[in-house]
Design a protein around this ligand. Structure first.
Ligand SMILES: [Fe+2]
Length: 274
């Protein structure tokens, strides 16, 4: 089993009441180190910062110095790719400058994609995601080369989620993306960010999952056309367990869980009922 930790939508720099991304990531990384010390990788699925400014990427870099295993980056609609790459010059990028990479694991190939629709950085237009021809061609080549099932990571969901406001700013060319992956037939799971809510489902036969944000969760108001709404529920991270038979996806509400105060609901080692 290979364990992958997912932190999504960190929004460093969005410091306001209840939103404490620096403190929450510090706490989350310590939680991973204590309770998931066997994690092989941490993947940050975009919106690393709220405004894309250099000083917030620098703060993120400083906090990540405490990470217990390798960290891999993606950008989202709140990021500025050039500023991210200035602070993290060693982060992988393609020949076309996109923040994309492949991670080989024992049972699956992880493919991290860059769905940021910029430059130009023009809002609200750039809140919508895209996989341009260059990025789709790169994905096509990775899927063709992989001898293992593939797990794709995108900041923007290529599918609907039921939240009308977020569905308006999902991946803009989702059907083209799905046409491509259907031709390969080796995508096992899609993992997204962007919505700030735990969601799972199946779209065009491919399972997907999404996790809660580090800050500011999506209110459960499906039909309100406002993608700036948020509610201050505790933060969470995702745990993916990759096995020879498939993928398990868990959410750890690390600010709620108290693993030191576990109660029993029955006797220890109770024998099976006869
Ligand atoms: Fe976000």
């Amino acid at each position: 089993m290979t364990k992958i930790i997912v932190f999504t939508d960190l929004h460093f720099g969005q410091e306001k009441a209840g939103n404490l991304p620096k403190e929450r990531l510090t706490k989350g990384l310590a939680h991973v180190a204590e309770h998931n010390p066997d994690a092989a990788h941490i993947i940050l699925t975009g919106d690393l910062t709220h405004d894309g400014v250099v000083r917030d990427y620098e703060t993120l870099r400083d906090v990540l110095a405490g990470a217990p295993c390798p960290v891999h980056f993606m950008v989202g609609n709140h990021d500025i790719r050039e500023n991210f790459q200035a602070v993290f010059p060693a982060a992988d990028k393609t020949k076309t400058g996109h923040v994309q990479k492949v991670i080989d694991t024992e049972f699956a190939t992880l493919v991290l994609l860059d769905t940021l629709q910029a430059p130009p950085y023009s809002y609200p237009f750039s809140h919508i995601g895209v996989l341009c021809a260059d990025r789709l061609a790169w994905l096509d080549a990775q899927l063709a080369a992989s001898e293992k099932p593939c797990i794709l990571f995108l900041h923007h969901p290529p599918h609907d989620t039921g939240f009308v406001a977020m569905d308006a700013i999902k991946l803009g060319n989702g059907p083209e993306f799905y046409d491509l992956i259907e031709r390969h037939g080796n995508v096992q799971q899609i993992v997204c960010g962007h919505v700030h809510r735990t969601i799972s489902g199946v779209h065009r036969g491919v399972p997907f999952c999404q996790f809660k944000s580090l800050v500011g969760q999506m209110p459960m108001l499906f039909d309100v056309m406002d993608f700036h709404m948020e509610t201050d529920e505790p933060a969470a991270y995702g745990i993916l367990m990759l096995t020879p038979d498939g993928v398990l996806a868990h959410t750890e509400d690390f600010e709620l869980s108290d693993l030191g105060a576990i109660r029993r609901s029955g006797p220890v080692n109770a024998p099976p009922a006869k």
